[in-house]
Design a protein around this ligand. Structure first.
Ligand SMILES: Cc1cc2nc3c(=O)[nH]c(=O)nc-3n(C[C@H](O)[C@H](O)[C@H](O)COP(=O)(O)OP(=O)(O)OC[C@H]3O[C@@H](n4cnc5c(N)ncnc54)[C@H](O)[C@@H]3O)c2cc1C
Length: 374
């Protein structure tokens, strides 16, 4: 007889680990499955750090969600006794009419957030590592910062287990089948039943739902040693920084948190699949990143230290997908990526747990409900 649970969570990366935790702490009998042993470097949640920011340029609807995320990350820090988040402040830099600057300012105004507008000269003066061009301006916000990704996932998984979740690693779901009053999940090791299934499989979602309009994008992260004056890149002198330039090109970087200066482009990567993605970084791929560094963060154009390939899973409008399966309401699906989901993972976990328990979700999900009711 298959073992029976209340909820099975498939995929225990950023979103699934948070979901398993949220459910288990409410006393729900949870099974979590992952094809690898998370945290791992094959999906979307590796590479040391992620940015968290409050003056959300993508849409003001995210501001209350990120505020809730701060609360939940801090609660998880207390519960797990681990440092997960470091506030460094953040600057969003671009032309005054760029989506980044305009959007961040709009969200800050609408939600009464603390922020300052800085000229290019003020940015250079305050943060000497950053060299905006003279027609650029910046939105500075004090609460932006850095999340330590492995620690975040380990904390969610560890606490989920403490509350009784059963987590099985190296055991991919092979397929799922709806049943009259629940769901059946098959893996190479066995067969499990539950009332509900939550699929948070990241870039692998399309394997189960090939018709979803999701596009996997290859993104390369680089770490560089700074060429000069290492003091410029300490977290108290170098906030997290996002740049929009040459129209719709986006670039971002972190202070040196011990392993060099991490920088990357946001979007603009190859469209691929989890099976076909080129995991190797070729020597020539660094040139474009170096060019952006020379232009905007010249002191970080030092010796290359490391690089890694990571995957974005993009929806067409780059807002998340959090919804019920249109034909099988006992199945919930979440793809909270599009290159900006990590910071929200505790909130996505909370929302999915609420949906699974038929509670009114804390936030309006209309922007994220993308599955047509069939
Ligand atoms: C380079 C890069 C930079 C980013 N920067 C930021 C940032 O600064 N700030 C921010 O907020 N967000 C950022 N993001 C986005 C954020 O990292 C993602 O939104 C988030 O990590 C997605 O989490 P996930 O749980 O959907 O996917 P993942 O963490 O990849 O988890 C999916 C899990 O599903 C498992 N799985 C797959 N198939 C199966 C199966 N059949 N059975 C069982 N398990 C399975 C996988 O093994 C994996 O563990 C960035 C993303 C990348 C790639």
């Amino acid at each position: 007889m298959p073992v029976t649970y209340d909820v099975i969570v498939v995929g225990l990366g950023a979103m699934g680990s948070a979901t398993a935790y949220q459910l288990a702490r409410r006393g729900v009998h949870v099974l979590g499955l992952d094809r690898f042993t998370p945290p791992h470097a094959f999906g979307s949640s590796h590479g040391e750090t992620r940015i968290i920011r409050e003056a959300y340029f993508e849409h003001p609807v995210y501001v209350p969600m990120v505020q809730r995320a701060y609360e939940l990350w801090r609660d998880l820090e207390k519960e797990s006794g681990t440092t997960l988040l470091r506030e460094t402040g953040g600057v969003m830099i671009g032309r005054p009419d760029s989506d980044l600057v305009k959007g961040a300012r709009h969200s800050a105004e609408l939600h009464g957030l603390r922020y300052e507008m800085l000229t290019a000269g003020q940015v250079r003066e305050r943060f000497p590592a950053l060299h905006p061009e003279s027609d650029m301006v910046a939105v500075w916000e004090p609460r932006a910062g850095v999340l330590f990704v492995d620690a975040c996932i380990i904390a969610h998984l560890g606490q989920a287990q403490r509350y009784g979740a059963e987590l099985r690693y190296e055991e991919p779901m092979l397929r799922w089948e709806p049943e009259r009053d629940g769901i059946r999940v098959l893996t190479a090791q066995g067969e499990y039943r539950a009332q509900q299934l939550i699929i948070t499989a990241g870039a692998w979602l399309s394997v189960f739902f090939p018709d979803l309009p999701l596009r996997v994008e290859r993104q390369v992260l680089f770490w560089f040693d700074h060429a000069s004056d290492s003091e410029m890149f300490t977290a108290d002198r170098c906030p997290v920084h996002l740049w929009q330039f040459d129209g719709r090109r986006f670039f971002y970087g972190f202070p040196d948190l011990g392993n060099g200066v991490k920088v990357a482009f946001h979007h603009g990567g190859e469209i691929t699949t989890v099976d076909a993605v080129r995991r190797r970084v070729e020597a020539g791929e660094m040139q474009e990143t170096r060019a952006a560094l020379r232009r905007f963060v010249p002191a970080a154009d030092g010796t290359p230290l490391a690089s890694t390939v990571c995957l974005y899973t993009n929806t067409p409008d780059e807002h998340f997908l959090i919804d019920r399966h249109p034909q099988h309401p006992q199945v919930l699906i979440a793809s909270a990526c599009s290159g900006h989901g990590f910071k929200f993972s505790p909130v996505v976990g909370e929302l999915l747990a609420d949906l699974a328990q038929d509670n009114q979700p804390r936030f309006d999900l209309s922007l994220f409900r993308k599955l047509a009711v069939g």
